[in-house]
Design a protein around this ligand. Structure first.
Ligand code: ATP
Ligand code: MG
Ligand code: MG
Ligand code: MG
Length: 407
């Protein structure tokens, strides 16, 4: 039995005869006979009430854990009749329609309000036929999606360019080399589209890149089997695989036309707005970054994303250097307090029943950018800390000041 209230919905009420409902086929363990004990009766002195008794006896509910009940089929039928409108809801896979409708519902905008850019970072739901590779392809994921409204095709192209430049800065700051490829507009529609792809063997998109003119495209946008570049015709197309982490579209008036998202131009005439939409797969970027940067047994984070920047390892309990524990704690507190960028970013691995070696291995696996070991060398007159920099693989022995400088 489950610990939460559970609804039991059998489809056995119907017999061979599709429309005839039969009590014998209904799962309704009723307990109407007086004196029958199925363990459903309340214990002496237990609080009960008429409805509880009747529902237990009538086979509407059955207790599982304290405060939790099975809702049996008859109860489910009654519940379904309560407050149901019979309407269907859709979990949003993306929000072009919703946002265009929202903007249109404000009435005609003024050209002075444009460009209007609306974004959100929310969960998206897609009935992916093959969810796989963890967060790379889930049925529920986070996306940053933005929708732009402009006065003209030219202005929309300016916006498009500005967003692509922002995406470029984002991936640069994360230290993730990407390829921007010409892409299919697919179901979203529109006139112009690019994908931001992280090269990776497990990538599900096939990309072609020209060694001569740098033309790059998702293979699905050009004829398969073609070896010459569609732009410069040289025979230097190479194929590789990528993980799609971002996608930009110039939509034209496809959605604004349907929903009547309009603005008044300088001549006070209503004009349909030019739109773009821009998506970044937030959870996919996290997984893809780990995928492309890490080795098989150790995570390497983009520096900006590491959950903690520094891990301090105090000595093992009962070891010769045990008394350095206090120094390690002090170092941990000081780093967080004196360096603004490290506030809340320094973690102490206080599992001192484990050896330093074991904890160091864990720290490497988790990929803290910096691991600081407080061991033998911290006992010297000028205490030195062993600092492992995951990014370069270097190990250094630094004084506290040296460590501060490094961080
Ligand atoms: P894919 O080709 O991988 O199925 P898509 O082209 O269907 O992705 P878009 O509609 O362009 O995806 O959505 C914008 C972004 O959302 C994608 O570039 C990707 O980063 C992310 N994304 C899409 N589907 C998923 C998913 N199932 N799980 C995680 N992220 C996703
Ligand atoms: Mg898809
Ligand atoms: Mg795609
Ligand atoms: Mg896409």
């Amino acid at each position: 039995s489950g610990s939460a209230s559970t609804a039991v919905i059998p489809d056995t009420v119907h017999s061979n005869h599709r429309s005839r409902l039969l009590v014998s086929r209904l799962f309704q363990p009723s307990n109407l006979r007086e004196g029958k004990d199925l363990g459903l009766e309340c214990r002496p002195g237990e609080m009960t009430c008429r409805s509880q008794k009747l529902m237990l006896q009538g086979g509407l509910i059955q207790p599982s854990n304290p405060g939790c009940f099975y809702y049996l089929p008859a109860a489910v039928r009654a519940l379904e009749k309560l407050d149901r409108h019979g309407a269907q809801f859709c979990l949003g896979p993306t929000h072009e329609e919703a946002v265009t409708e929202l903007v249109a519902s404000q009435g005609t905008l003024s050209y002075r309000q444009l460009p209007l850019l609306l974004y959100q970072v929310t969960r998206k739901f897609r009935d992916e036929p093959k969810p796989r590779f963890g967060l790379l392809r889930g049925r529920e994921f986070y996306m940053k999606d933005m929708y732009s409204f402009d006065t003209s095709e030219e202005a929309a192209h300016q916006t498009y360019k500005a967003v692509c430049q922002a995406y470029d800065r984002l991936f640069r700051r994360l230290g993730l080399p990407y390829v921007m490829v010409q892409a299919d507009t697919g179901n979203i529609g529109g006139k112009l589209s690019h994908e931001f792809q992280l090269p990776a063997d497990i990538g599900e998109d096939r990309l072609v890149i020209c060694g001569n003119c740098n033309f790059s495209a998702n293979l699905e946008t050009i004829e398969p089997g073609r070896a010459d570049c569609p732009r410069c015709q040289s025979a230097t197309l190479t194929e590789s695989k990528g993980i799609e982490v971002g996608h930009t579209f110039y939509l034209g008036t496809k959605y604004s036309h349907v929903f009547n998202a309009t603005y008044y131009n300088a001549q006070n005439k209503p004009v349909v707005a030019e739109m773009g939409c821009f998506g970044l797969g937030v959870t996919r970027i996290l997984a893809a970054a780990i995928e492309v940067l890490s080795s098989d047994d150790a995570i390497r984070w983009p520096g900006l994303l590491a959950p903690f920047q520094v891990c301090v390892l105090p000595p093992k309990k009962g070891s010769k250097t045990e008394d350095l524990g206090a120094l390690a704690e002090e170092l941990c507190d000081d780093l967080g307090a004196s360096l603004k960028s490290l506030k809340g970013e320094v973690v102490l691995d206080d599992r001192t029943q484990l050896t330093i070696g074991k904890r160091l291995k864990d720290a490497q696996r988790l990929g803290y950018p910096y691991v600081v070991v407080v061991g033998q060398s911290a006992k010297e007159e000028q205490p030195k800390f062993e600092v492992l920099c995951q990014h370069t693989g270097d190990t250094m022995f630094l004084s506290k000041e040296g460590l501060m400088d490094l961080l």
